[in-house]
Design a protein around this ligand. Structure first.
Ligand code: SAM
Length: 389
């Protein structure tokens, strides 16, 4: 902590401090606190924005002298603190019992508008051996023109992962990437935890395409990344024995996403990041007189069914004990498949989960649908109507 304090004091005094965010407050009385340099009544100070659970934001200012000490004291009440300066960044993870894990990364840049932004975890100016092997960068580290959007997608995904750190255990981590395809995400996530955060990680990548799995296994071997395990098989039949705290799935086809979400809930994953695709299942089932004006148009029926599929998935995740957020994780102009469901295991009182499940079932009945995810979670969620889960 002393090292961090010294670095932060230096940055605040030489004007290279950009932003700090405290999130995951243990007593939940504040959602998050954001600190940025500000000109307050003519003097350089640090502005604090305190986001409250009722949606309000409270503003205060701190003199730069003594700010670091006060700030680090405040951060003790939070599970995660992210610090961004021009010459370094840091993530501080703290357990309720006070165990600390600090990891350092590169500095952040200023955007053209002058606003500070969280830096990309992977810099477009640096060469990464795994991106060269995956055909995203050339051997000089230049991102191929055709792969620019994939590069942005990977970086954005890593940012989303980094935002969930406070919901993950601070020690060794097991990750599943289901329907991994060429495993871009797995390689990036492995790189992030192992080499940016300096954490031990095992990541299981599963896909039914044998050639792709063999190819990726070969890359991991070449890189010497022995925490990466590749499994060839259908996720409805083959899954790793070892339970994961973080479950990832990008564009798993149709009901494969239901399988990913259901299995993650069954195994009690702490964080689930899933970007669904080709949601066809409900389009073949949905019937509802009140919606017939939409359902009579095949294209609109497909779109509405896709939205309903994902909305129902979110409700079922909530009933399973997860706080859920949906994000557009990449510019919609780059891909229409840009929805990300982010689910973080949390405490939700049983009565609220029960209500969510009854509402879910009532909607399904009204729409005449029986989503795969519900069927796959039948047994797990039946406990909601019995004793404590
Ligand atoms: C659209 S690709 C996405 C690949 C990768 N996640 C990505 O975003 O780059 C979908 C992948 O899911 C795999 N897949 C679909 N259904 C599967 C199943 N039931 N079991 C295993 N893999 C499956 C396919 O083989 C394919 O590689």
């Amino acid at each position: 902590m002393q090292e961090l304090k010294n670095k932060l004091e230096r940055s605040v005094s030489d004007g290279t401090f950009m932003r700090a965010v405290c999130s995951g407050r243990f007593d939940k009385t504040v959602k998050k606190c954001v600190y940025t340099p500000a000109n307050h009544k003519g003097s350089a100070e640090i502005a604090e924005e305190r986001f409250m659970p009722d949606g309000k934001a409270l503003h205060s200012f701190y003199k730069t002298d003594g700010f670091c000490e006060t700030f680090l004291k405040i951060s003790e009440a939070y599970k995660q603190t992210d610090i961004y300066c021009k010459d370094f960044s840091a993530v501080v993870l703290r357990s309720r019992k006070g165990a600390l894990h600090i990891s350092y990364g590169k500095g952040v840049q200023e955007t053209e508008s002058g606003k500070t932004e969280k830096n990309y975890i992977l810099s477009p100016k640096e060469k990464y051996d795994f991106l060269v092997l995956l055909g995203i960068q050339d051997k000089n580290g230049r991102v191929y023109d055709k792969k620019q959007s994939k590069f942005r997608q990977i970086n954005r995904f890593l940012q989303i992962v980094s935002d969930t750190l406070s919901s993950l255990p601070g020690e060794d981590l097991t990750v599943w990437d289901l329907c991994c395809g060429k495993s871009y995400l797995s390689f990036a996530v492995y790189y992030y935890f192992r080499f940016v955060l300096n954490r031990q990680i095992i990541i299981y990548c599963v896909d039914r395409k044998k050639d792709v799995i063999e190819e990726c296994g070969g890359y991991a071997k070449q890189l010497g990344w022995n925490g990466m395990r590749f499994i060839c098989g259908d996720i409805f039949k083959v899954l790793p024995d070892k339970t994961a705290e973080l479950v990832l799935s990008l564009h798993a086809c149709d009901t494969a996403t239901d399988m990913v979400l259901a299995e993650a809930v069954r195994r009690g994953a702490k964080v689930i990041l899933s970007s669904p695709c080709c949601q066809h299942e409900l389009a073949g089932q949905i019937k509802c007189d009140e919606l017939s004006f939409v359902l009579r148009e095949p294209v609109l029926k497909q779109k509405l069914s896709a939205v309903i599929t994902d909305a129902l998935r979110c409700r079922l995740l909530y009933a399973g004990g997860y706080k859920v957020t949906t994000l557009e994780f990449i510019d919609p102009e780059e891909t229409p498949k840009n929805l990300m469901i982010r689910a973080e295991k949390t405490y939700i009182p049983k009565n609220l989960r029960k209500v969510a499940l009854s509402e879910y079932d009532a909607i399904c009945e009204k729409l005449n649908v029986r989503p795969s995810m519900r069927r796959l979670l039948d047994e797990t969620l039946s406990d909601l109507n019995k004793g404590d889960m």
